[in-house]
Design a binder for this molecule. Structure first.
Ligand SMILES: Nc1ncnc2c1ncn2[C@@H]1O[C@H](COP(=O)(O)OP(=O)(O)O)[C@@H](O)[C@H]1O
Ligand SMILES: [Mg+2]
Length: 380
C-alpha cells in the first residue's frame, strides 16, 4: 500500500480539497483507495465527500475500547473508495496520547488497499509530523503567498528535527549536541541544518548513519494550489531552493492547481469537484496529478528517478501556461454558447471596477491618516 499523507503547515491552502478529489481520481483508475481524515479537531472530509449522518470516526475509535477499527472504515458510495471519518465531534482527540497515536498508525498501516490518503491538520505539532512520516512520499501543499511558503518550509524543518530526535539516541554525542542547542532556546531556530549534519557526521558517525538511513527514503512532493496567474508558478522554485539549501531536502513537483470558483458551487451541491465537473480545468489538473502518482507506481521508482527533479518544475510551469489558456478558452466558450452573455461579463467588470474604486478610497484615507500621524510626530 502506498501512503500519501497531505500536509501544509498553513491551514486553508487546499489539503482537504486535494485529498478528497485525488482519492476519487485514484479510485476511478481502479485502485483500492482509503481516505483518512486525520485533521483531528477540524475534520471536514465528510463534507467534501458529501457524506452525512456520520456518527463514529477516529475520535470514537480512540476513546472506546469496544469499537473495532474496521467499523470506522466506511463505504462512500464511490466505487473503490472507502473513508475513515475524523473526530466526529469527540472533544480533545486533537491531543492524541502517544499510545493512541501508535494504535492508530498500526491500524492504518494494516489496511488492505492500494492507496491510503491521509488528510492532515495545519501546524507543526509532532503528532501531525509523525503521521506525515508514516510515508517517505508525503505531499506538501502550498499556495503562492510568502506565509504559506514559510509555513511549508517550517513544517519540513520540524520534520527534519523530528527524524533527528528519533535517530540521535540518549547518551550519544549527537543527542547531547541537539540538547545543548535546545537549552540555548532560540538557537535551534537559527541552526543551519547542513552545518549541523556535518558536525554530527564528523563527531558521531553512528548517529549520522542512522539519520541518513531514515532520511534517504524521505522524498516529499509538492503541489502548488490556488494559482491566479501563470507567473505564480515561480513561487514553487523559491520554496524548493530554500528547502534544498537550508534543509538538504529536495522535493519533486507534482503539479499546479488554479483557483476556481466552481469549487464553491461544488461544495454547496455536496459533490466533490471532480464528480461535479470532471472536465473543468481544476478537475483535469487533479487527474494529471493522479496520473503522475500512478505512473510512479508502475515504474516502481521514486519521482526523483522517474523524471529529474528539474524537469518536474519545468513541466509544472508549462502546465500553468496551458491551464491558463484553457481557462480563458472556457470563458470564451461560455460567451459563445450563451451560458454567459456579454451583459453578464459587463456586469462582472462593473462590480469589479466598483470594488477597485472602494479600495482606492480606503487607500487614500489611510494615506492621509498616516501623513497626519507623521506630521503630529514632527510637531511634538
Ligand atoms: N484551487 C481552488 N480553487 C477554489 N477553491 C479552493 C481551491 N483550493 C481550495 N479551495 C477552497 O479553499 C478552502 C480551503 O481549502 P481546504 O481544502 O479546506 O484547505 P485545508 O484543508 O488546507 O485547510 C475551501 O473552501 C476550499 O474549497
Ligand atoms: Mg483541511
Amino acid at each position: 500500500m502506498q501512503i500519501l499523507p497531505i500536509a501544509s503547515g498553513k491551514g486553508g491552502v487546499g489539503k482537504s480539497l486535494i485529498a478528497t478529489n485525488l482519492s476519487i481520481a485514484l479510485a476511478q483508475a481502479d485502485k483500492q483507495v482509503v481516505i483518512a481524515d486525520l485533521d483531528l479537531g477540524g475534520s471536514n472530509i465528510h463534507l467534501m465527500l458529501g457524506q452525512s449522518g456520520i456518527r463514529q470516526g477516529i475520535g470514537v475509535f480512540l476513546t472506546s475500547s469496544k469499537l473495532k477499527f474496521e467499523h470506522i472504515v466506511l463505504d462512500t458510495g464511490y466505487k473503490n473508495l472507502r473513508f475513515i471519518p475524523g473526530d466526529a465531534e469527540v472533544p480533545g482527540v486533537a491531543n492524541l496520547k502517544s499510545s493512541q497515536k501508535k494504535r492508530l498508525i498500526h491500524n492504518l498501516m494494516n489496511l488492505d488497499a492500494d492507496y491510503l490518503i491521509i488528510d492532515l491538520g495545519a501546524g507543526t505539532h509532532f503528532n501531525i509530523i509523525d503521521f506525515f512520516l508514516t510515508s517517505g512520499k508525503g505531499i506538501m501543499v502550498t499556495e503562492p503567498t510568502p506565509t504559506a511558503n514559510l509555513n511549508a518550509y517550517l513544517f519540513l524543518k520540524n520534520v527534519i528535527f523530528r527524524v533527528m530526535g528519533t535517530c540521535f539516541l540518549r547518551g550519544t554525542k549527537a543527542h547531547d549536541y541537539i540538547a545543548g542547542l535546545n537549552r540555548k532556546g532560540s538557537s535551534l531556530q537559527r541552526v543551519y541544518v547542513p552545518n549541523l549534519l556535518e558536525y554530527i557526521a564528523q563527531n558521531d558517525p553512528e548517529s549520522y548513519a542512522a539519520f541518513q538511513d531514515k532520511i534517504e527514503i524521505f522524498h516529499p512532493m509538492l503541489i502548488l494550489n490556488m494559482l491566479e496567474d501563470p507567473k505564480d508558478s515561480i513561487k514553487a522554485d523559491k520554496l524548493r531552493r530554500s528547502c534544498k539549501e537550508y534543509l538538504n531536502v529536495d522535493m519533486a513537483h507534482l503539479g499546479i492547481l488554479y483557483m476556481d470558483n466552481l469549487q464553491d458551487i461544488a461544495l454547496n451541491s455536496r459533490l466533490p469537484l471532480i464528480v461535479y465537473k470532471p472536465k473543468s480545468v481544476l478537475s483535469q489538473a487533479i487527474y494529471r496529478i493522479a496520473d503522475k502518482i500512478l505512473q510512479n507506481e508502475t515504474e516502481g521508482m521514486s519521482p526523483l528517478d522517474f523524471e529529474s527533479l528539474d524537469d518536474s518544475y519545468e513541466t509544472a510551469k508549462i502546465e500553468a501556461e496551458v491551464d491558463f489558456e484553457m481557462k480563458l478558452r472556457y470563458l470564451e466558450e461560455l460567451l459563445h454558447c450563451g451560458a454567459l452573455s456579454p451583459g453578464d461579463l459587463i456586469e462582472t467588470i462593473k462590480i469589479q471596477q466598483f470594488e477597485i474604486a472602494q479600495l482606492r478610497k480606503e487607500n487614500t484615507l489611510l494615506k492621509s491618516k498616516l501623513v497626519k500621524a507623521v506630521k503630529a510626530g514632527f510637531d511634538e
